[in-house]
Design a protein around this ligand. Structure first.
Ligand SMILES: C[S@@+](CC[C@H](N)C(=O)[O-])C[C@H]1O[C@@H](n2cnc3c(N)ncnc32)[C@H](O)[C@@H]1O
Length: 273
């Protein structure tokens, strides 16, 4: 990207969490400032690339499972830059009548996703901030695209850890849960402290404090479990993302980062209001 003019609204001088994640995943939609920030993370946590890939693979298995279970509507918040096997790719492969809405607050994500999906009637791309659930859930375009009287899966994958305040993160999860009909699904992935040393955690926080997210929160699985109040967790519950219904347990094990317990994920089905 460095020799091209940044798209309108894109700040090439502040590390963007979306572009850093793209770099971790081996993408090219990132600037020097993103790579420098990501390289600092890699210096203290060399597994960051493996964890990003493991999170992405978790996303694929979750969407495939839900589509195969009959879910036809996906609301992906903090969607990220388009890469391989995006939510709509997996959903449509398994359920050609699926509909997907992508929401992000990063202008680069919106430019790329809109360009990629402009002619795809199964998808909607919209600007939105996870901190303002009601303006997302009540958006007229979203409500035309998804029918909230039918099962919807809300995906909050690798986004809630950018909300540093614990109460705010819990409130956001509760608001999206409230917006779901009974039988709807909530999927979350989130970083945890795992076995990382306090120095490494502080280093990571400091890097993200200078990024577009202005911070990073490592939360324990017990805290993330509370986001699923009123939901039945699908087996195996809240586990390292690698351990959520792996396709090939042996391969998953081989690709496991030494600090593989750092990223956890879960999927719940709403059973109570
Ligand atoms: C680490 S990426 C995760 C992408 C994708 N969900 C995944 O799991 O592969 C985090 C994404 O969340 C977005 N994000 C961060 N804070 C956000 C906010 N307050 N509102 C909406 N999106 C946000 C970033 O722009 C980025 O695209």
């Amino acid at each position: 990207m460095d020799d091209r003019a940044p798209p309108p609204g894109v700040d090439p001088l502040t590390p963007s969490v979306a572009r850093m994640y793209d770099y971790f995943l081996g993408g090219t939609e990132n600037f020097a400032v993103d790579r420098e920030a990501a390289d600092i993370i890699l210096a203290v946590s060399p597994d960051a690339r493996v964890l990003a890939r493991a999170n992405r693979d978790f996303l694929g298995r979750v969407v495939r499972h839900l589509a195969q279970s009959g879910v036809r509507q996906f609301l992906d918040i903090g969607a990220g830059l388009p890469t391989q096997d995006n939510v709509h790719d997996v959903a449509l492969r398994n359920a050609p009548d699926a509909r997907v809405a992508y929401v992000d607050n990063d202008p680069m994500v919106l430019v790329h996703a809109t360009a990629l999906l402009a002619d795809n009637p199964s998808t909607l791309v919209m600007a939105g901030d996870v901190r303002d659930p009601l303006s997302i859930l009540c958006d007229p375009d979203l409500c035309r695209h998804l029918d909230f009287d039918e099962p919807v899966a809300v995906l909050l994958l690798s986004v809630l850890h950018f909300i540093v305040d614990d109460d705010e993160a819990a409130w956001i999860a509760a608001e999206f849960a409230e917006g779901l009909p009974l039988g709807g699904y909530l999927a979350i992935s989130h970083i945890t402290p795992g076995p990382l040393s306090p120095d490494t955690l502080n280093y990571g926080r400091a890097v993200y404090e200078r990024s577009t997210s202005q911070g990073l929160a490592f939360r324990k699985p017990e805290a993330i479990a509370k986001y699923f109040a009123g939901f039945d967790l699908l087996p195996p519950g809240i586990v390292p993302v690698n351990d959520w219904r792996p396709d090939d347990p042996a391969a998953q094990e081989r690709s496991r980062a030494p600090d593989g317990s750092v990223g956890v994920g879960a999927v719940g089905r709403k059973t109570a209001r």
